[in-house]
Design a protein around this ligand. Sequence first.
Ligand code: ATP
Ligand code: MG
Length: 457
Amino acid sequence: MAILPVLSPLALSRELLEFARVFKDAGHSLYFVGGAIRDSLLGRRASDFDAATDAGPEAVVALFRRVIPTGIKHGTVTVLWRGQEIETTTFRSEAGYSDGRHPDQVRFGVSIEEDLARRDFTINAMAYEPFERRIVDPHGGAADLRACLIRAVGTASERFDEDGLRILRAARFASQLGFQIEAATLSAMALRGAAVESLSPERVRDELSKTLMSPNPSRGLRILEDTGILVRILPELAEGRGVEQKGSHVFDVLDHSLVALDAAQGGLELRLAALFHDVGKSRAKAIGADGVPTFHRHEEISATMTEGALRRLRYPNATIDSVVHLVAQHMFNYNDSWSDGAVRRFVARVGRESLEGLYALRRADATGMTGFGTDGRSLGALRARVEEVLAADSTLGLKDLAIGGKELADIGVPRGPVMGRMLAELLEAVLDDPALNTPGRLIEIAGLMKGKHGLGP
Ligand code: ATP
Ligand code: MG
C-alpha cells in the first residue's frame, strides 16, 4: 500500500518569478502548468516548467529576446530564460480529433479553465498563479494526487478516442509515480484500446522508453497487459503469458521477463534487453521425451524477434544493435572447468564493451527466476577470470592477430570467403594458445591449413 503523499507548498525559483513578472508587467496573465506543478506538489524535483498565458504567440515572441518557435501554429513557443527552457503556450481549447492524433481546430484566447480542460489527467490539469499564489484545480487534481490516482479529465473514453497516446501515458504515469488508475479511466483504456493502433511508432516508442526508465516499469506493463494494450503494441511479449518453464523457474515467460526488467537497474539498453531476452521462448518451446520442456536456441529466436520489435518501434540502430547483441549472448554458462581459451573465446564473442551489460543482464535474469538471488557467485568467478585474461593483454579479435589478409595473400590465399574462414580459424587457435600469435608461427599454421581449404601447398 502506497503512503499517501502530503502535498508540498509550491516554492518557485527567483528566475521563474521574474519570468512571470515579464507577462504581468505587460498586462498578461501567466500560470505555470502541467507536470511541474504535479511534481512540485509531490515534493519531487520538477524538471521542466511549462507555462500558459493569455498572450498570443506573437506577443510572447515580442516580449523576449531568445525564443524558439517550437509549435507556433498551436500557440507554443520555447522561451530561453536564465538557462532554462520554458515551454509557453497560449491558452487554447481543442476540438475534433478525427485522426485520433491531432485536433482539427485549436482556438486561442480562452480562459485558463478551458485550457486545463483539454489536458489529459486531473493531476496534470492544475495551474499555479505565482503572484496570488493560487492553484487553479477545476478537476480535483490535488485530491487525486493525495489519493495516488490517475483519472482522466472529463469522459475517459472520449479523451482516449481523441488521442490514443493518453492510454500509454496513463500506464507510464502509474509506473513513474506508483499510482493506481481510477476505475472508470482503467475500463476506458480497455474499451478504447484500438486508439493506440493509429499512433506513430515514434510516439509509442517514447512512452515505452519512459515507462521502462521508471522506478517500477512492470507496473505500467502489467496495466497494459490487463487492458489488452500490450498485445496491440508488443504482441511478441504478450505471447509469453502462460508459457511455463522448468527447473528453478517459478514464473511463466512473461512474468519472468517483467521481474527481470524490474531488477535491471541501468540504462535503456539493459532494460530493453531484460524485457526481451526470453521473448523467443514461446516459439522455441518443445516437449522432450521425458515430458520436460526444452527451449533450444531460444536466444537466437529471441534476438531475431527483439530486432523485429525494436525496428518496428523505430529505435535507433545503435540501440537495436546493443540490445540484440545482449539478448543473443545471454545464455553463457560459466563453471570452473572453463579453460583460459574458453574464457578468451567468451570475451572475443561478447566484446569488452558489452561485458558489464551482459553481467547486469545475467543478474536481472537470475533474479527473474524466483524473484530472489542474483547469481552472484558464478558471475564473480567469471569476472575474475575475464579480468586475468584482459590483464594478460591477450589476443581477442581479428585485429589483434599477428598477421592479416595481406600476409595470407602473400602465401597465395585469394581474398574472399576462404581467407575469412582461415583468419577465423587462426584466431580460434590463438584464443586457445596465445603463444601462437607470432607472424612466423601463424604463417606456418596457415601453410598447413591451405590443403584443407582446397588450396595448393
Ligand atoms: P513529463 O514531462 O514528466 O513527461 P508532463 O506531465 O510534463 O510529464 P509533458 O508531455 O511534458 O508531460 O506535457 C506537459 C503537459 O501537457 C501535461 O502535464 C498535460 O497537462 C499536457 N499534455 C501532454 N500531452 C498530452 C496529451 N497527449 N493529451 C492531453 N494533454 C497532454
Ligand atoms: Mg513536461
